[in-house]
Write a protein that binds this ligand. Structure first.
Ligand SMILES: Nc1ncnc2c1ncn2[C@@H]1O[C@H](COP(=O)(O)OP(=O)(O)OP(=O)(O)O)[C@@H](O)[C@H]1O
Length: 604
């Protein structure tokens, strides 16, 4: 079980020293390798480095962003051929060839990203398989361009007019590998990397914290493909001969295996995966049959014993010392209060006005002609029996569902049909009936995602680890830590969300919503799964949220909290409003008392 990070600061420092020594030793070995290992192994290492670049590229879209594609080999091949044709036919220098490879692979990624908008999982894999087939056909049949199955010869590899020796080839490829690794590290250790994981884990929640899923999928595929293009270009120039059969289905499976074995969505997973997939079979060169059996057996065992891959398992082991520099030295940080999130009235008295809202699912009218006005700075509860249309109503308000008719006016602005990632920027935060936390991010990362709309640093800042990025990241994590402290879960910062109770997960969702610094907080059944003590604590938290001017629109079945903290209540049934008013008015309404509140009202 992971432990809280601020207590593990010294441990992290100790291990990070060992990791630094390990990295320096590896760097030294790599630099000295051609002189120690000789020609054969240096050539082997060059191919290994190229495949690591390929695997890193593939992992960004598939491992981090969750888009399983089977076109890795096709993109690699397209990059190799684009570079080869630019260098040989167009007589351009190597670096222009590499640029051409990146442009062509970028275009292919755009082709893949078109269906990626709508489909995912197995369907996307099937579509990408089609891309693999199309590229294969082009490489084989467009002989005037690619020279077909006979293969394509390149001149000896030269850079800036200098022909490269075997030694220099090694260092050039190694240089590009380091470059790509630094790029990946900068990207992944920024909000971009966390955004990719969020898109992979839960698109609705990702949109709810301001992520445009489509845009991020396109970006992930583009970066992924361009890195694979770099690998393809290095492969073509190094090999001096390429042919279509190199870039077939076998290579696609190879790429997939490297990330699965190494650990998908991890920084060092692809490198470790390539080393394992390439080196282990080398020990069995003398008996190829045994090689296949051992390799196959190893694959089965590794994927069973380590479902998260080798690096996934190592990460689990060292979870307690994950990077928490920002919250390790809180020192004399001032005590935090909800006051920090105070909202000042900057619009009409009714912050939310819903008019004639209707949602039809086929023949079923889930919400019909609903009018609703929510006063600024109040707790307004939406109650009604199961299936009454409450969640659909808040989905229409927050943009998850689009209304069939009607309008939603927020703070004087018509936001009808607006995407959640836009409405969150206007100040609407929400929690969900069924918890939607990002399972591959720690609790504190989840809460920090709430504040992602406030990041201003660019991708270049992320990659170069600029001062702006460091400052904003530090602020975001301190903010997230503060929000967790306010709901009493700061000691769980470093935990996986899945290891918390349902009640705690619901509270983390509230902390994430608070981190968005909203004007309106929509809570969908916040008490579901909470025990009585937790309900009492939550009710205090919601009151504090309301007391600093944040309007709360709450769906809840738990009548004691509804009657205890609501300023106004709207009761709906079959998608229609049947009663509305202050808590006293609604609880006195005979229809409501009879149908929905029962004995609990009497008790209140
Ligand atoms: N995506 C959908 N497609 C078809 N029908 C839907 C969809 N979403 C909701 N419904 C239907 O709309 C009606 C209202 O559902 P909704 O979830 O809004 O009710 P609710 O009041 O939130 O219920 P509960 O309290 O059980 O969560 C239900 O009959 C539900 O089956």
């Amino acid at each position: 079980m992971p432990r809280f990070s601020t207590e593990t600061g010294p441990l992290r420092k100790k291990y990070s020293l060992w990791f630094t020594i390990l990295k320096l030793a590896l760097l030294f070995i790599c630099l000295a390798f051609p002189f120690i290992a000789g020609n054969y192994y240096s050539r082997f290492a060059i191919i290994l480095f190229i495949y690591i670049i390929l695997s890193i590229g593939y992992d960004i879209s598939s491992g981090y962003c969750g888009m399983l594609t089977l076109s890795g080999a096709a993109i690699f091949g397209a990059g190799a051929y684009a570079s080869a044709i630019t260098i040989t036919t167009l007589k351009m220098p190597f670096l222009v060839g590499m640029l051409a490879a990146m442009v062509v692979t970028g275009l292919i990624s755009f082709l893949i990203s078109l269906p990626a908008y709508k489909v995912k999982g197995n369907y996307l894999a099937l579509i990408s398989l089609g891309i693999l087939e199309i590229v294969q056909r082009i490489l084989n049949d467009w002989t005037s361009l690619t020279q077909g199955a006979a293969g394509f010869f390149l001149p000896q590899w030269s850079i800036f007019g200098m022909s490269l020796t075997n030694y220099t080839k090694y260092y050039v490829v190694f240089f590009f590998l380091i470059l790509i690794m630094l790029f990946e590290w900068g990207l992944i250790k920024s909000h971009w990397g966390r955004d990719f994981v969020a898109v992979k884990n839960d698109e609705i929640a990702a949109s709810g914290v301001g992520i445009n899923n489509r845009k991020f999928k396109v970006i992930a595929l583009l970066i992924s493909s361009m890195i694979i293009g770099v690998a393809g270009s290095l492969y073509a120039s190094y090999s001096e001969f390429i042919s279509p059969d190199t870039f077939g289905f076998y290579l696609t499976i190879f790429i997939l295996l490297t990330v699965v074995i190494g650990g998908t969505g991890t920084l060092s997973g692809p490198a470790i995966g390539v080393v394992v997939v390439m080196i282990i079979p080398e020990f069995f060169n003398a008996s190829p049959d045994l090689k296949q059996i051992v390799f196959g057996g190893l694959l089965i065992i590794l994927t069973q014993v380590m479902p998260g891959g080798i690096v996934g398992r190592i990460k689990e082991r060292f979870r307690a010392i994950e990077d928490n520099r920002h919250i390790e030295n809180l020192g004399d940080r001032l005590p935090i209060s909800f006051e920090k999130y105070r909202v000042h009235a900057d619009g009409p008295e009714n912050i939310l006005v819903v008019k004639n809202l209707t949602k039809r699912f086929g023949g079923l009218t889930a919400v019909g002609n609903l009018d609703l006005a929510v006063k600024r700075g109040t707790v307004h509860s939406l109650i009604g029996p199961n299936g009454a249309g409450k969640t659909t109503t808040v989905n229409l308000i927050t943009g998850i569902d689009k209304p069939s008719e009607g309008s939603v006016i927020f703070n004087g602005e018509d936001i009808t049909g607006m995407e959640p990632f836009d409405s969150v920027k206007r100040g609407i935060a929400r929690t969900y009936q069924h918890v939607r936390l990002f399972k591959d991010l720690r609790v504190i990362d989840n809460v920090a995602m709430g504040g992602r709309i406030y990041y201003t640093y660019s991708m270049a800042d992320a990659i170069f680890h600029s001062r702006r990025k460091r400052k904003e990241e530090k602020e975001a994590y301190l903010e997230a830590y503060d929000c967790l402290k306010l709901i009493g879960l700061d000691s769980k910062s470093n935990f996986d969300p899945g290891s918390l109770s349902t009640g705690q997960q619901k509270l983390v969702e509230i902390a994430r919503a608070l981190c968005e610094k909203p004007k309106l907080m929509v809570l969908d059944e916040p008490c579901a799964g909470l025990n009585e003590t937790e309900v009492a604590e939550l009710s205090e938290i919601i009151k504090k949220i309301r007391d600093v001017g944040i309007t709360v629109l709450m769906i809840e079945h738990h009548m004691s909290i509804v009657m205890g903290i609501s300023d106004y209540i709207t009761v709906i049934d079959y998608g229609k409003k049947i009663a509305e008013g202050t808590t006293a008015e609604v609880s006195a309404d005979p229809v409501v008392r009879k149908a929905y509140l029962g004995e609990e009202v009497t008790a209140c």
